[in-house]
Design a protein around this ligand. Structure first.
Ligand code: FAD
Length: 372
């Protein structure tokens, strides 16, 4: 019997595995394809805050950025490259947002050396920018290293049955707790209020004779160079879904889009494409992540009939799947959010610490139930 079975070995599942192992727990980690085989394997894995004026997501990402930067630096230094990051505005509205961001941020702002300024395109030079200290994660390495100590099972989970006091997985494995970290794939538990948005992304590794020492973010992100190679990512394609599309993804078109967008920020010489990475980001419909227990909708509709339409619903009155949680909906910020959210989730499961209602999946049940 395991203390926890985690389904999905992307950055979310692996971060939860890491936290449980640290607490001395027995961890079972499933993935149908392998470690970091979904969205996590495709990610450029830039660790950056959200450069906007204000908002809940910006605040959450600010806390997660500060936490995760230290987390990767302290625990996985060999999979973490620290490098300054320059975020450049795309248009006038973005110029204004960056001006406000710079006035209000508590992060230490850096100045951009003149030789780096000189490498930028004429358009990029004219735009507002912000430069901070940040980093890039080696996605595959960090996911592999995080689950050291867990039992990894390369198997698709098809069945989850709660039997008295524990979960039975694929009729073969048992665990006290289950964590669903399945990204943009089928969630295994079907609830009418739970919906995710898959956003397809493409990034490339290229060889180039241009040396770049910074992470540059404008229309796409360009990583610092390492041994003559750098990464460019990523596209955002809401129309393509690998499980729903009737024709294969057009890799050439994706490459052309990435190279064109990168060239709007800086000139890259003698390019040779080395590798393509593609995958789905998994986002929620209010852009905030989803962390915590899942509401049993049928049972809650019956037991909370009278209190579902009140202005401020009481989430503690709802009925939940026993010992089952999810960590998902991180959109394009999975590597920034995962260590921070996994810590909160583990403390919630093992020490009953409260999760903010703003990121609890129960918020979607509350909205859905009110509309019915
Ligand atoms: C091109 C691209 C670039 C990105 N760049 C960045 C970036 O620079 N910075 C950043 O922070 N984020 C970035 N992201 C976002 C980030 O990658 C995601 O937010 C993150 O990977 C989500 O992790 P996850 O663990 O939730 O999902 P995934 O990594 O998709 O993992 C889910 C896993 O669950 C497995 N699974 C699903 N169902 C089952 C089942 N029934 N049984 C067994 N296994 C199952 C899948 O095989 C998969 O491996 C990028 C994403 C993409 C696609």
């Amino acid at each position: 019997m395991y203390d926890v079975a985690i389904i999905g070995a992307g950055i979310n599942g692996c971060s939860v595995a890491y936290e449980f192992i640290k607490e001395g727990k027995r961890v079972l980690l499933f993935d149908k394809e392998g470690i970091a085989s979904g969205g996590s394997g495709a990610a450029g894995a830039f660790i950056s805050p959200k450069f906007s004026k204000a908002g809940e997501l910006k605040e959450l990402l600010h806390s997660a950025f500060e936490y995760s930067y230290d987390f990767y630096d302290k625990n996985f230094p060999l999979a973490f490259t620290k490098a300054p990051l320059i975020h450049i505005a795309k248009d006038e509205a973005d110029d204004e947002a960056l001006r406000v961001y710079k006035q209000n941020t508590q992060l230490e702002l850096q100045s951009i050396p003149l030789d780096v300024q000189a490498q930028l395109s004429e358009d990029a030079k004219k735009r507002e920018n912000v430069c901070i200290y940040a980093g890039v994660v080696d996605a595959q390495k960090v996911c592999n290293d995080m689950n050291c100590g867990a039992k990894f099972v390369k198997e698709k989970v098809d069945t989850l049955v709660f039997d008295d006091d524990f979960w039975v997985i694929n009729e073969s494995y048992s665990a006290k707790n289950v964590v669903l970290a399945t990204g943009a794939y089928d969630m295994l538990i079907q609830e009418p209020y739970m919906k995710l948005r898959g956003v397809w992304g493409h990034r490339i590794d290229i060889k180039t004779t241009t040396q770049n020492f910074y992470s540059l973010h404008q229309y796409v992100s360009i990583s610092p160079s390492h041994e003559g190679q750098l990464a460019i990512g990523a596209t955002h394609n809401v129309h393509y879904h690998p499980e729903k599309a009737d024709k294969p993804y057009d890799v050439e078109q994706g490459r052309a889009e990435l190279l064109h967008k990168a060239s709007q920020t800086m000139n890259l010489d003698n390019i040779e494409i080395v590798k393509d990475y593609t995958g789905l980001r998994s986002g929620s419909f209010d852009y905030l992540p989803m962390l915590g227990s899942l509401v049993l909708s049928k049972e809650t509709l019956l037991t909370c009939k009278g209190s579902l339409h009140v202005k401020k619903p009481n989430f503690t009155e709802y009925m939940y799947y026993p010992n089952l949680s999810m960590i998902n909906g991180s959109g394009g910020y999975g590597f920034v959010l995962a260590p921070y959210l996994a810590k909160i989730l583990t403390e919630h499961i093992l020490h009953d610490k409260k999760i903010s209602e703003r990121i609890s999946p129960a918020r979607f049940f509350a909205r859905w139930a009110k509309k019915r």
